[in-house]
Ligand binder design. Structure first.
Ligand SMILES: [Zn+2]
Length: 342
């Protein structure tokens, strides 16, 4: 018999109450509890959980629909009992208000407001309120127990096309050591391009990594499309891997073949200083497009940015960001050696 529950369309329920949803919980026939903590935020507590505490977040940017739709499918499998969670899960639909308006953000980029950034200055807005709440929920989830392996997959899509359609951003690691298991998971999900960050940033994945020692990634899953216009198949392998990791206690992805991973290291960040800022390449350039050494990339009044001594690839170029924000990252091809993996 079909289980009728407000959880059958949790996203619609959340979008109908984009500021706040009163907590409630339900039991699943398999003994797990689903606890709704707030709008867009729910926690699944299996009866006897395995040793992984998994956060999956999507819709931190409201118009990045493909991963939102994938999370809806994942949740539908859990609510219907097709997928039985063996691991604790915190599932987050990030920015409901901006989803309702089909925009990336209402007032501010939510993915630059973590690590306490939301509390800086006198500005108060919806994204800042949401960032503070999401930090609190992630803390509550991870701090409910100790000793578990903490994972966080923050799922996005990019504004522009990408030479490598799906890629992951590894938050800055002061140790310069990267999790072999996490990279093996990526490879199993058919995501074979990795960008290593050069500095801490106030992103959601950096927050969980820094504050809770989580193995975290920002995962970019193709280009922004309106709801209903994504091909589910493109995220099929990621959904299968997440389902397996959630439901099978001892699931392991195939061993990592590090040579098969395309790895980039961020070398410079281009920051917009004024309204005079402009790129010296075409607006529509795809992520990971290459530029030869010495190429002029951008100017801002008297300031200029050039490619340094090796070919650099551009990632996330966006001249429309607010003054003071990142307009692009430049990265060089690198290799992960064995001693960088742990
Ligand atoms: Zn995004």
């Amino acid at each position: 018999m079909m289980h009728t529950s407000p959880l059958n369309d949790f996203l619609a329920l959340s979008r109908a109450h984009p500021h706040h949803l009163a907590p409630f919980s339900e039991s699943l026939p398999n003994g797990a509890h689903i606890q709704v903590w707030d709008t867009g935020v729910l926690c699944i507590e299996p009866h006897t959980p395995g040793n992984k505490d998994i956060v999956i977040s999507c819709g931190i940017h409201g118009n990045e629909t493909a991963p939102i739709e994938m999370c809806v499918r994942l949740l539908a499998d859990i609510v219907s009992g097709r997928l039985v969670c063996a691991q604790r899960l915190l599932l987050i639909f990030g920015n409901l208000e901006s989803m309702n308006l089909a925009v990336r953000e209402i007032e501010e980029n939510l993915n630059r407001l973590f690590c306490g950034e939301h509390a800086k200055g006198k500005v108060r807005n919806k994204e800042r309120e949401r960032a503070a709440k999401l930090e609190h929920y992630v803390a509550r989830f991870y701090q409910a127990r100790s000793g578990a392996v903490r994972l966080h997959y923050d799922l996005h899509t990019a504004i522009r096309a990408s030479k490598y359609e799906q890629f992951a951003v590894y938050p800055y690691m002061a140790s310069h050591r990267y999790s072999r298991d996490l990279l093996a998971f990526l490879a199993a999900a058919d995501i074979n391009t990795l960008l290593l960050s050069h500095a801490p940033a106030p992103t959601f994945s950096c927050f969980s990594a820094q504050q809770f020692g989580a193995e975290s990634l920002t995962i970019e899953l193709g280009k922004v499309m309106p709801f209903g216009q994504n091909e589910a198949g493109r995220l099929g392998q990621l959904q299968r891997c997440l389902s397996a990791e959630l439901s099978l206690l001892n699931w392991q992805p195939p061993a990592l073949k590090v040579a098969k991973m395309r790895v980039f290291q961020v070398t410079q960040e281009i920051t917009k200083q004024s309204t005079q800022f402009c790129f010296h390449f075409a607006e529509q350039v795809a992520n990971f497009s290459d530029f030869a050494p010495g190429t002029l990339l951008a100017t801002d009044g008297a300031l200029a940015w050039h490619v340094a001594e090796y070919t650099e690839a551009v990632v996330f170029p966006n001249a429309e960001v607010a003054v003071g924000h990142r307009a692009a990252l430049m990265a060089v091809v690198t290799e992960l050696t064995d001693k960088m993996l742990c």
